[in-house]
Design a protein around this ligand. Structure first.
Ligand code: ATP
Ligand code: MG
Ligand code: MG
Length: 350
C-alpha cells in the first residue's frame, strides 16, 4: 500500500484523491486553508507551508508528493524534495509560478505567445505600451487566477491607474490577442517518457472564469495536431511527470499559448465522463509510475462549471439523464466560487 501526498486540498485535490482511491492508493492532503479534499483523503495536515516541522512530517508519511496548486513557496518544495520525490518536479512548477519566466520559457521553445514585457515601474509600463500598443492587459506575474490581478488597458492614459492596481507587485504587459476561439489541451507524461494527450476542448470564459468546455473543439485536424505537438514539446523540455494543462488562443496566424498549468485543469473535467481514463487517474498513474491509460474520447461532452448560485440548478441537473454531476462538498456558497460541474454527454460525433 502506498500513500500519495497532495499539496493543496481544493476540488482538484479532492478529485485526485478519488482517482487515487480507485487505484488502491491512499492520499494525504497538505492544506493551509479550507480543504474540500479532507472529506475523501485518508489524512489531512492543516498547516502553513512555512511550518517546517509539519511539512517534513507530511513528506515522511507519504511515498511521493504531487500538487493541485501551483503557488507553493519554493522553500517548501526544496524541503519536500529532500525527503521524497516531487512529481511534477520543482522546475516545472517554478516556471509557471511567474508569468514572465513562463513566457520566456515558452517563447524559448519557439512557441508563439502574446507580445509581452516585464513591468516593475510606471516607466516600464509607459515604454512597454509604446512597443506593444493598445489594447493590452497588465497581469501580476505571480498568484493570479480566474482573471484576478489583471487589468485591461485601452489607452496609454490609463497606464498610471493600471500600474496602481498591481499594488507594487511585478507584472507583465501582454498585447491583446485577437483570437477566434480559446482551446486547451490536457496532456500527460509518464515515467518512461510516454506522452498522452486528451482531445483539445473549446473554452468559454465569463468574467475571467471558465464557464464551459466543449469537446471536440470545432477546429481543423491540423490545429489539433499543432496543439498536441506543442504540449509534447513542453512536457519533454520540463522532464515532466503528471498532467499539464495548456491554454491556447486560436488566431489567423495559428496557435498562441496563453498559459500553462502544471496540474490537472478545470478544462479537463470533461474527461471524467468522456474517456476510459480521465485526467485525474492519468495524473495518479504518472506520479506513481504506472503506464498511462487510454485517454481516447468516446463521447461528446459539454462541461459546465457550477459557480456560486448555479447550485440552485442542481435538482434539475440531477434529474437530467444526459448529465453527470460532480459536486465538491463545499458548504459555503460565494459568488464566483466553483462549487461543482456538470458534464453533459452525447454520442461521439467526430
Ligand atoms: P486561470 O489561471 O484561472 O485560467 P488567469 O487568471 O491565469 O486564469 P488568464 O488565463 O491569463 O488568467 O486570462 C483569463 C482570460 O482572459 C483568458 O482565458 C482570455 O479569455 C483572456 N485573456 C488573457 N490574456 C489575454 C490576451 N493577451 N489577449 C486576449 N485575451 C486574453
Ligand atoms: Mg492562470
Ligand atoms: Mg487561464
Amino acid at each position: 500500500g502506498s500513500t500519495i501526498g497532495i499539496l493543496g486540498g481544493g476540488q482538484l485535490g479532492r478529485m485526485l484523491s478519488v482517482a487515487a482511491a480507485r487505484l488502491g492508493y491512499k492520499t494525504h492532503i497538505f492544506e493551509p486553508g479550507a480543504a474540500p479534499a479532507a472529506d475523501v483523503a485518508a489524512a489531512c495536515t492543516h498547516a502553513a507551508y512555512e511550518d517546517t516541522e509539519a511539512l517534513e512530517a507530511f513528506a515522511r508519511s507519504v511515498d511521493v508528493v504531487t500538487f493541485e496548486f501551483e503557488n507553493v513557496p519554493a522553500e517548501a518544495l526544496d524541503r519536500i524534495e529532500a525527503i521524497k520525490p516531487l512529481r511534477p518536479n520543482h522546475k516545472a512548477l517554478s516556471v509557471s509560478q511567474d508569468r514572465l519566466t513562463e513566457k520566456d520559457f515558452l517563447s524559448g521553445l519557439g512557441l508563439q505567445t502574446a507580445p509581452y514585457a516585464n513591468v516593475e515601474s510606471l516607466e516600464d509600463l509607459t515604454e512597454a505600451l509604446k512597443t506593444i500598443g493598445c489594447p493590452a492587459i497588465l497581469k501580476t506575474r505571480r498568484l493570479g487566477y480566474d482573471g484576478k490581478g489583471q487589468v485591461s488597458i485601452t489607452a496609454p492614459e490609463q497606464a498610471e491607474e493600471a500600474f496602481d492596481a498591481m499594488k507594487g507587485a511585478p507584472a507583465v504587459l501582454e498585447g491583446f490577442v485577437d483570437f477566434s476561439m480559446e482551446i486547451s489541451v490536457i496532456a500527460a507524461r509518464g515515467l518512461s517518457g510516454e506522452v498522452s494527450c486528451f482531445d483539445p476542448g473549446q473554452n468559454l470564459h465569463e468574467g475571467g472564469i471558465l464557464r464551459r468546455t466543449t469537446v471536440p473543439a470545432p477546429i481543423p485536424a491540423r490545429l489539433r495536431t499543432d496543439a498536441v505537438l506543442m504540449a509534447g514539446r513542453i512536457l519533454n523540455e520540463l522532464d515532466y511527470l503528471g498532467v499539464l494543462g495548456v491554454e491556447l488562443f486560436v488566431t489567423s496566424a495559428g496557435l498562441v499559448v496563453n498559459e500553462i498549468a502544471p496540474r490537472v485543469h478545470n478544462s479537463g473535467h470533461w474527461t471524467q465522463n468522456g474517456c476510459a481514463v480521465d485526467q485525474f487517474e492519468q495524473h495518479i498513474r504518472a506520479v506513481t509510475g504506472w503506464p498511462l491509460g487510454d485517454g481516447s474520447r468516446h463521447a461528446d461532452v459539454v462541461m459546465e462549471n457550477l459557480i456560486g448560485d448555479d447550485m440552485e440548478r442542481v435538482p434539475a441537473l440531477a434529474a437530467d439523464h444526459t448529465v453527470a454531476l460532480h459536486l465538491y462538498g463545499k458548504t459555503e456558497t460565494r459568488p464566483g466560487r466553483k462549487m461543482g460541474h456538470a458534464n453533459r454527454i452525447g454520442p461521439r460525433s467526430a
